[in-house]
Design a protein around this ligand. Structure first.
Ligand code: NDP
Length: 327
């Protein structure tokens, strides 16, 4: 038997509860992982609250992230005792996920846990941090350098934003953090932001072209904020769009793209191939120290996971929620 958060659905709606399951209830897969830690990401909160149709089949164990140890494997690439991390691939959406003491998975989905991290640290990072790293890689590939000017991070106090600030600052960029939590200025500056701005300055509809400011942008919120960020991006600068915490809409004009040569990069973590995943994790392993990770982490037990989802969607959580699935 093992414990898992289970989302079930009937005519009256969705029910979420910690449940004891038989190990033979696990879905098919070639690697059995004993999970050490998982996390609550924005998408997990959407799944748990049913705020958006993230879950594709019921019953579902949510959790798009997990880190743990291989306990059984019929995949020659993975041996008993290997330490692994998993982000995305539809896990926690269409395949039982990480908010459980065990997960059975495809070997193709696993990434070797970098030596720099233990399972808990990997989940402090989780999909949010790995996505932040994909964004920073995209800006670097575009050629954005510290000498080019300020880089904007939106949704700054959230998971993606917090890790993006730390990675960008470590790479030498001048980072401006846009947040709804102005009382968290010390936290954001501690991560490496040089300036903290009120997200209200970006969230109203703005002109198609505005004063050029940003050499690069990591946007986790979409909506008017993303449109304004594009309109304020400097000639031949780059914007990475990875989130929708403000809105799924993109009420923008083509002006920044055709008149300033701005490039908008879409960032997807879920189906990203192995090479960019390993590269993103290598940046995280190189650039994030243990102290930085601790500063963004809040620890919760498995049974607490359903209760925190609404607060996360309301933007009330700072940094990353790490779940000890054995507590
Ligand atoms: P979090 O909930 O940790 O952070 C989101 C942050 O966005 C909040 O902390 C808040 O920061 C800000 N925010 C919340 N509500 C609003 C609002 N109404 N308007 C403007 N800003 C708001 O989520 P994550 O960092 O984990 O994820 C951020 C986004 O990225 C989500 O939309 C998520 O779905 C997406 N995502 C996408 C991935 C991909 O593969 N493309 C992978 C991972 C995440 P503050 O108070 O500082 O403004």
């Amino acid at each position: 038997m093992f414990n898992a958060i289970v989302i079930d659905k009937n005519d009256e709606g969705q029910n979420v509860a910690m449940t004891a399951l038989e190990s033979d209830a696990l879905p098919e897969g070639d690697v059995l992982v004993r999970v050490g830690y998982s996390a609550i990401n924005y998408k997990d909160a959407l799944a748990i609250t049913a705020a958006s149709p993230v879950v594709r089949s019921f019953p579902m164990v949510p959790g798009i992230d997990l880190a743990g140890e291989v306990e059984q494997s019929s995949d020659p690439r993975w041996q008993v005792g290997d330490k692994v991390v998993l982000n995305g691939w539809g896990v926690g959406e269409s395949h039982w996920g990480g908010l459980a003491q065990y997960a059975r998975l495809k070997g193709d989905w696993l990434v070797r846990l970098p030596d720099a991290f233990d399972a808990r640290q990997a989940m402090i990072i989780g999909t949010a941090g790995y996505t932040a790293s994909l964004c920073v890689d995209a800006l670097a590939d575009h050629g954005v350098t510290p000498g080019d000017g300020e880089v904007l991070v939106t949704g700054a106090s959230g998971g993606v934003g917090s890790i993006a600030i730390a990675l960008l600052a470590k790479a030498g960029h001048t980072v401006v953090a846009s947040t709804g939590k102005l009382n968290e200025e010390a936290y954001l500056k501690g991560l490496g932001a040089t300036e903290v701005i009120d997200r209200a300055a970006l969230s109203e509809a703005g002109k198609p072209m505005q004063r050029e400011r940003w050499a690069g942008v990591v946007d986790a919120v979409g909506g008017n904020t993303l449109a304004n960020a594009c309109a304020q991006t400097r000639y031949r600068g780059a914007v990475t769009a990875c989130g929708l915490a403000e809105s799924m809409n993109f009420p923008a004009s083509v002006a920044p793209f055709i008149l300033r040569g701005v490039t908008l990069y879409g960032i997807d973590s879920v189906m990203a191939p192995l090479e960019p995943r390993e590269r993103a994790w290598a940046r995280l392993a190189r650039d994030l120290g243990a102290d930085t990770l601790e500063s963004v982490a809040s620890d919760i037990a498995l049974g607490d996971a359903p209760g925190v989802a609404a607060d996360l969607l309301a933007g009330k959580i700072k940094g990353r929620l790490v779940v000890d699935v054995n507590k």
